[in-house]
Structure formats: C-alpha cells, structure tokens
Design a protein around this ligand. Structure first.
Ligand code: NAD
Length: 484
C-alpha cells in the first residue's frame, strides 16, 4: 500500500512540494515506515514567504482582540481533537501516550497564554519628557517570521513561538522536523478548519535546503530555532550574517544533584521520569546524576531498582512507561556512547544495550542504562547522549557540584533534591543553567515563563514563550510629539 505523503500548507491550501527527494517517516516502536515527506526546496519556501508577505498588512491592521479570537477558536478545535493529536505524536515519535498528552496540553497552554495579547503587547507612554513634549512607545509587528523545529517535541515546540508571532500581527512559516512531520500536519489540518486568513500561517516540510532558504530569505525578519547546539550555533551565525532576529535554543547536559538530606523515596518517581521519560530525549532530561556525600549507595540502590522496573514497549499501550528512541540511526548513536563509556573505564551497572521487546522485534529500543564511577572528563559526562543513559558522577560537597555544573559548556537545566532551604538557595544562586528545579526533576517553565538555557544551550537572548517573547515579535516604535 502506498504510504501517505505529507504536504505543505501555503496560502491556506495543501500543496505538493516541487521536490523529487523524499524521506521516510517511521513508527519507531515497530520499526515500520508509516509515511513519506518531501524534502522541500528553496522554491517552496519562496512561495510560502510570498503568501505570508501578501497577508501581512491586512493581518497586522486586524485589531489584536480579533486576532486573539482566532486563537480562542483554535484552542477549542485543539481540545476537540486532543487525543487524535497525541496518538499521531506517539506513533511517529515513540514517546508514551501520557507524555504525548502532556505535550499537547503544553502546546495548548501557549495558545491560551498568547490570547492575552491585549495586555501583553501594550506599549508605554510618558507625558512631559520635556516642556510640552510627550513620548509613546508603540509595539508594532515586524513582518514574516519562521520557526525550525526539532524531533523530540513535534507538537509543542513550534507553538512556543507561532501563537505569539501571529497574535502580535506577524505572519508565519513553520518547518517541522523531517523526522516527525505528521504531528504538525495533523495540527495544521485542525488550524485550517478555524479559517485564518490565507497566508497568515504556512508550513513547509523539509530538511537542510528548506532551513537554508529560510535563513537566507530577504523577506523573513526573524527565526526561532530549537535543536542541537551545533545547528543552533550555525542558525545564529547565519541569521546574524543575513541581518535577522534570531533565538536559537540548543542541546543540554543536565545535572541532578541529590544531597544527603534528600527524601529519597519521595524523590524517586520524579527522578526516574527525569532520566527515562521520553527515553532521555528531552532537552530537560537528566543526564548526569550527582549523589553528594554519603547518599550515593542508598540512592543508587533505589534508583537502579526503579530503573529495572520500567516497562518498555509501544507508547500507544497505556501500560508502557518507556518507548523507543526515535530512529535506528539514533539508537546506534546512543549505543555508541555506551561503548565509549565502557572503553573509558566507567562502571556499567545497568546495561540497556540488548533490550528486547516481545512482539516488537524491529523497534528502536534502548533499555535504561546506568554508569557509576563516571569522571567529569569522560565523553559520557561531556557530550549530549539524548538517550536513556545515566552517568553517575559522585561529588563530595556543594562546591564540587557547582564546579561540575558550571564546567559543562551546556547550561540548560539543573536540579537539586534536598530538605535544606540554604542548600537550595546556594545551588540556584551559583549554577549557570537558567532552568532550575528544587525537588523537581524536570523543571519545565510553563507558557507564561521563559523557556531556554544559557551557554551553549542558547544562542540569542530572548527565550521561548513567556512575556519577553512579545519583544522578539515586535519593534518598539518611539514617537516623540509636540503640538503647538
Ligand atoms: P537537530 O539540530 O538535528 O535538528 C533540528 C532542526 O534543524 C531540524 O528541523 C533539522 O531539519 C534542522 N537541521 C539539522 N541539521 C541541520 C543542518 N546541518 N543545517 C540546517 N538545518 C539542520 O536537532 P534534533 O535532533 O531534531 O533535536 C534534538 C536536539 O534538540 C537535542 O540536542 C535537544 O537537546 C535539542 N532541544 C533543545 C530544546 C531546548 O529548549 N533547548 C528543546 C528541544 C530539543
């Protein structure tokens, strides 16, 4: 049977790409091809940008509250199709269905937050800045914006940006990850039913050629990117060279410290999901586990037991607690890191290399893996693995923890488990990452707070969602007036 081919959405219509190059989309739990996606071209991008340009002036002159009303309708449409989006997501990405539901919920929360445009986009004024002179700062939309998305949150990540951009009066072009194009296709089918004016929101599928066409297009004013750090740096530099606004969120190597006074039993469920949720493929996943002082043995005993009880399988099965990694290639990459850990002398205390799931022999599964006695200079303590592999680096005290965290190039998130307010305060005060959890393993800011890291985890200054994002999508035009 022929596989479905994902189409582009341009000027309010579903259109085929002009490309003759196609990529496969997989169900990673089954190791089966389920769809195809065209790797779009510069011409596809140009058509989408033309449509977005043509829609801009009328859309930017639409009152903000009227623009927000499209989002109210969109929220309802998303709620009515909630389960359908979550299932599509699990099918192509592999994460368990409850995580997909959580992701769709987070996506919708961004739509909800963006509807506050009438207060969030307000400018400011001051009378009498000099004799008889008043000053006003109007926030104006800028033009066409674009987003380039990663594979690990196919529904949510583009919506960290898109609703804020359009509700501010800009128009939009989205490029989803070519590994998971079905989820946004489903989402855009729902969006299509809401009746946005033609050209306000567009989507072009594809890979590097589409990305480069976006980065170089003279009519795109700004780019929001989320993905790995090398790509984030590349996007940031190329947008700089072509004079675009840019926010580029990169990879991570998150450290979770467990202090001797932590409540281990209470911590265990959130610790386990921090490392193994989404099979370790979250930018907020724990990667290094750092027991401090004499808590190490008790912690590792409980953590290893809990890791062993993880039920792997197809994410669509409600009983599954961990799904596969996204692709055969990514599985090989994760296995390569496990081999490196062994070769560099770390002690493998739980080995996920030979995970076998009955009935799913072709799935891309890697089991929960734990290395003890990891040194900070080892590859598995420095590079982003993005799989269910935990590197335990034991520390003697808070100073060692802070030094370890601040010596990684990545600085996305860090967490501490403790019963001491003083320890928690010292931790959040001194560490470099910008998303901090205290007795919370996945410190994920909600839509009304900014999402993003520091160091090599973030190129640019304005993060995803939160209130600041309205700065990224607007220009403050200052008018200084005197009426004689
Ligand atoms: P990726 O960098 O491989 O791909 C991201 C996007 O960039 C995709 O749309 C892809 O088509 C495009 N791309 C990839 N290589 C490119 C190149 N050389 N030139 C031009 N475009 C290119 O990332 P991924 O594997 O899809 O996603 C996983 C990564 O994303 C991890 O590093 C993870 O930590 C990171 N991530 C970060 C955050 C955050 O908030 N900081 C959130 C989610 C994911």
């Amino acid at each position: 049977m022929a596989l479905p081919v994902m189409k582009n959405y341009i000027n309010g219509e579903w259109v085929e790409s002009e490309s003759k190059v196609f990529g496969d989309v997989w169900n990673p739990a089954r190791g089966e091809k389920i769809a195809q996606v065209a790797y779009g071209t510069k011409g596809d991008v140009d058509r989408a940008v033309k449509a977005a340009r043509a829609a801009f002036w009328e859309w930017r002159a639409t009152p903000p509250l009227s623009r927000a009303r499209y989002l109210f309708r969109l929220k309802d449409a998303f709620e009515n199709n909630f389960e359908d989006i979550a299932k599509t997501l699990t099918r192509e990405q592999g994460k368990v269905i409850d995580e997909s539901r959580g992701e769709v919920r987070r996506m919708i929360e961004n739509v909800e937050h963006a509807t506050g445009v009438t207060t969030l986009m307000c400018g400011y004024t001051l009378e009498d800045i000099a004799k008889d002179i008043d000053c006003k700062g109007h926030r104006q939309p800028v033009g066409v914006f674009a987003a380039i998305a990663p594979y690990n949150f196919p529904a949510m990540v583009p919506w960290w940006f898109l609703p804020y951009a359009i509700v501010s009066g800009n128009t939009y072009v989205l490029k989803p990850s070519e590994q998971v194009p079905m989820t946004q296709t489903k989402i855009f089918e729902i969006l299509d039913s809401v009746g946005f004016p033609e050209g306000v929101v567009n989507m072009v599928h594809g890979s590097k050629e589409v990305v480069n066409a976006i980065l170089d297009h003279p009519d795109i004013a700004g780019v929001s990117f989320v993905g790995s750090s090398p790509t984030a740096k590349y996007i940031y530099e190329r947008c700089g060279a072509t004079g675009k606004r840019v926010q580029a969120l990169g990879g991570a190597k998150n450290i979770v410290a467990v202090m001797p006074d932590a409540k281990l039993d209470a911590a265990m469920p959130s610790l386990i999901t921090s490392y193994y949720g989404c099979s370790g493929q979250r930018c907020l996943s724990g990667s290094i586990l750092t027991p401090v002082g004499d808590v190490a043995d008790a912690l590792l005993e409980k953590f290893t037991e809990a890791a062993k009880s993880i039920q792997m399988g197809d994410g669509l099965d409600e009983k599954t607690s961990m799904g596969p990694v996204v692709s055969a290639a990514h599985k090989q990459r994760v296995l390569g890191y496990i081999e490196k850990g062994i070769a560099e002398g770390a002690k493998l205390i739980l080995d996920g290399r030979n995970a076998k799931i009955t009935d799913l022999p072709n799935g891309f599964f890697v089991g929960p893996t734990i290395f003890d006695q990891v040194r900070p200079d080892m590859t598995i303590a420095r590079e982003e693995i993005f799989g269910p592999v935990v590197s335990v680096v034991r520390c003697k005290n808070m100073n060692e923890v802070v030094e370890l965290i601040n010596s990684r190039g990545f600085a996305n998130a860090a967490c501490i488990y403790t019963s001491s307010g003083a320890a928690a305060r010292e931790f959040k005060y001194r560490v470099k990452p910008s998303m901090i959890g205290v007795n919370i393993g996945i410190a994920a800011p909600m839509s009304f707070f900014p999402f993003g890291g520091a160091g090599q985890s973030m190129y640019g200054d304005t993060k995803g969602h939160g209130q600041e994002i309205f700065n990224f999508f607007t220009d403050t035009k200052v008018v200084i007036e005197r009426w004689l």
